[in-house]
Design a protein around this ligand. Sequence first.
Ligand code: PLP
Length: 384
Amino acid sequence: MFELSERMKRIPPYLFAEIDAMKKKKLAEGVKVIDLGVGDPDLPTPKHIVSAMQKAVERVDRQKYPSYEGMLEFRESVSEFYMRRKGINLDPQKEVIALIGSKEGIAHLPLAFVNEGDYVLVPDPGYPVYYASTVMAGGRAFFMPLNAENSFLPDLEAIPEDVRKKAKIMFLNYPNNPTSAIAEKDFIKSAVDFCIDNKIILAHDYAYGEIGLDGYRPKSFLENKNAFEVTIEFNSLSKTYNMTGWRIGFACGNEEIVKGLLKVKTNVDSGVFEAVQEAGIAALRGSDEFIDENCRIYAERRDILVDGLKNLGFAVEKPKATFYVWCRVGGSSIEFVKRILDGAGIVATPGIGFGKNGEGYVRFALTRSKEVIAEAIKRLERLF
Ligand SMILES: *Cc1c(COP(=O)(O)O)cnc(C)c1O
């Protein structure tokens, strides 16, 4: 009786919901499923962060409507964090806002800047929200292919002139989900220059900015000296501090862009629960040893998974960042995922779910213990 809007019809069903249904069916059949599908850390939020929330939640003044842009103290802690970790200076009053997770900010950004028919440049494969938010705002997506030959960086030269003219936003995401590729100084410079030349907002999704492995430190796009002219960087406490369920993130960078996003948000939500912001402050001001230890754990898991897959003959490289392994399987990624779920009880994410250039690949998430990952490899050895 109630037909979905044309816009919603253009958005495919959220991939992870389908995988979840497949997994539930297997569990109901009694299979001990190993889920390497969804990128949700298995490890707990650190204790000092949990206790900051516990204390704050009892305070009546923390139970009220928060401010739209986030508590000043939270924004200050973001700015201290960027200075400490990246040497970047952010004005907490004008260049930082709190988000209900970075996904929320990414989903709302096009509403602030995209008119009917404008282009948004979207990486393929990519986090599905870039495309969905483009469509919800009435924009058109122009897909930028990411492939192995280009180290999973888009070829900016290949973007046609007419698209450049009508493009309002370019989404980029490094360290990248799902390919785990990284961006270095030269590429960042070319992306910033491209966006300045074409008056395009550079929306950098930096969700894995603190998941660098073997001592590698993923670059912020704001390290580029001209980046503040065009860049908004989305960041999150979800992956850095194992806080996916808490729903807190932030956007920072160009003042005008941050302000535009805030205008949408003031009409949609009423900010982040202040007790959660207190937890965020404790996280961002806490010891960075937690971050190092977290990354050490992912590196150890990565080695077990990648070495095991290589032994089985898969073409796969050791990522320097993120907690994903992007594995070339050839042929249909959905068929491959079904095969390992049926034959080995392992959940992985088919690359096609991230866009047509993801076909032929499967994404494994390192969000299970090394023992469980070793068990997954054993099962795969029996299957292949
Ligand atoms: C996890 C993830 C996010 C969203 O994180 P939240 O802050 O929890 O909303 C955004 N972008 C990418 C690429 C992610 O993988």
